[in-house]
Design a protein around this ligand. Structure first.
Ligand code: GLC
Length: 527
């Protein structure tokens, strides 16, 4: 059952690797590219089609690589450019695509461009970043706050002006209104395209432009105590400005001008769904504007049903859907929804219409790992403690086996391992979720209905979510029992293809489907 005709990224399952935490090859306790290469066979075994690598570029690591000091290199902690080239070659030999992270909104303060820019007011690179005079009272130019807490402006003593940073002071924002910046960053994309990458994940793309007049943000009427301090204002002037779409178009054009297969642009923007849809740019923007709807959702059948319907209905014509269950910024799915729900959530992710992105470790049911205060690494947690914003718990090392340090490193891991790594690891044969993930990915490959078929909601009631996926002569039904009680539900005559419990397959029955607590199934309808 071949689905020729659609581009690879529509049929692919993407797997996010956080390079610091996947596999260490030199015993320094931090993962690296050579380590990733040794684990490619695992990803093939699992049934992954494409990897997305979080940043591995030279960086002072103030934000663990999202503060880039050289866009065209590899940080020594992760290896060398030769390692990267080898990774692409080895991935390609196994049929895996490679998507790299592109961080266009800001550089590191250590990037030579910023070092020059801050040198003097008349430096040729001054306008590559966003500099403004203080207000008459000496304060910052406006009321904008940083995503990581505190003012989004830092006064630089060298010239007495403030520079803007949507994130850390160590991450100054580039000025995308400057054509020289646009050209330099286009060259960065070309550099990686020439090295054979298959696409880019565009970091925090909605922040690329700010209001040109730098108007103050109005207060957020929905702000309540306990919310992250940065939400005190409605950030209408601070991000999601229309100019971003022209830049996306330009990059799309660049990618399309490369010969051979299609390359993919995946964009990250935490915005209301209507706004996210704008990043498709009417077919001229990102191919896959990340859909984070499942990341913020409660585990509730009716809620999920309406969320999926809403997402499907807002998609622009020709816009291909995508689903994300976890990433390096948000609580892991096993912690958000609970361990019993994790297999169902995986079944949901891999049977909905659209390209799924899996986060490393979620296939093992890895939960958020508590990180004691003295081991905290994430700058966000350090700057805004007590709000549960820290991201260390979701970035802990991948547990490969039961040996010391879980086979991740021969040294001391940079973050603690999951306490249950002796049993929750890749080599432990009984990990049901790992095998289920593999079975689901195999089923996706085999069933056109799952890869590219239509989606239709059948019903959501008493914690059961039922939907269908349709191909020309194939009708599949996915039935998820999201409750802790056994359930019966009417269905047409079916053959059971796969259960989250993995002890049922091939069962043929009529009319009534019995589901155990927290059980989900994929059925082939026989009528
Ligand atoms: C994105 C990244 C996050 C990073 C931020 C600043 O949201 O996913 O990890 O801290 O951008 O680059």
């Amino acid at each position: 059952m071949n689905t020729t005709g659609s581009p690879w990224w529509q049929k692919a399952a993407i797997y996010q690797i956080y390079p610091r935490s996947f596999q260490d090859s030199n015993g320094d306790g931090v993962g690296d590219l050579a380590g990733v290469i040794t684990r490619l066979d695992y990803l093939v075994w699992l049934g992954i089609d494409a990897i997305w690598l979080s940043p591995f570029y030279p960086s002072p690591m103030a934000d663990f690589g999202y503060d880039v000091s050289d866009y065209c290199g590899v940080d020594p902690i992760f290896g060398t450019l030769a390692d990267f080239d080898r990774l692409v070659t080895e991935a390609r030999a196994r049929g895996l695509k490679v998507i790299v992270d592109f961080v266009p909104n800001h550089t590191s303060e250590a990037h030579p461009w910023f070092v020059e820019s801050r040198g003097s007011r008349d430096n040729p690179k001054r306008d590559w970043f966003i500099w403004r005079d203080p207000r008459p009272d000496g304060g910052p130019p406006n009321n904008w706050l940083s995503e990581f807490g505190g003012a989004a402006w830092t006064k630089d003593e060298i010239t007495g002006q403030y520079y803007y940073h949507a994130y850390l002071p160590q991450q100054p924002d580039l000025n995308w209104r400057n054509p020289a910046v646009r050209a330099a960053m286009r060259d960065v994309l070309t550099f990686w395209l020439e090295r054979g990458v298959d696409g880019f994940r565009l970091d925090t793309i909605h922040h690329l432009f700010e209001d040109e007049g730098l108007r103050d943000n109005p207060p957020n009427p929905d702000f309540k105590d306990g919310m992250a301090p940065t939400l005190r204002f409605d950030r209408v002037h601070q991000f999601d400005q229309p100019e971003v779409h022209g830049i996306l178009q330009d990059w799309r054009h660049l990618l399309e001008s490369y010969p051979g297969h299609e390359r993919v642009l995946v964009s990250e923007a935490y915005l209301p769904l209507e706004k996210v849809m704008g990043y498709y740019g009417g077919g001229k923007g990102a191919h896959l504007p990340f859909n984070f709807q499942l990341i913020g959702a409660p585990w509730d059948a009716a809620f999920l049903a309406s969320l999926i319907t809403r997402y499907e209905s807002l998609l622009p014509p020709g816009g291909w859907p995508n689903w994300v269950l976890g990433n390096h910024d948000r609580s892991r799915v096993a912690s958000r929804f609970g361990p019993d729900a994790a297999p169902l959530a995986t079944m949901l992710l891999l049977t909905l219409r659209g390209t799924p992105t899996l986060y490393y470790g979620d296939e093992l049911g890895l939960a958020d790992v508590p990180v004691p205060p003295e081991m905290v690494q994430d700058p966000w947690e350090k700057l805004v403690p007590g709000f549960g914003l820290g991201r260390d718990p979701v970035r802990t090392p991948m547990p490969w086996d039961a040996s010391a340090s879980a086979g991740f490193t021969t040294g001391t891991p940079w973050l603690p391992l999951n306490a249950d790594f002796a049993t929750r690891n890749v080599a432990a044969e009984k990990n049901n979720l790992l095998l289920l993930t593999r079975d689901l990915l195999a089923l996706r490959k085999h069933e056109t209905a799952l890869q590219t078929g239509a989606y239709g909601l059948i019903e959501s009631r008493s914690d059961i979510l039922t939907y269908e996926r349709l191909a020309v002569d194939r009708r599949l039904q996915v039935v998820l029992n999201m409750s802790a009680a056994a359930q019966h539900t009417p269905v047409p005559a079916y053959e059971l293809l796969l259960s989250t419990r993995r002890d049922r397959a091939g069962e043929m029955a009529e009319r009534l489907l019995r589901l155990r607590p927290h059980e989900g199934v994929v059925l082939a309808i026989r009528e």
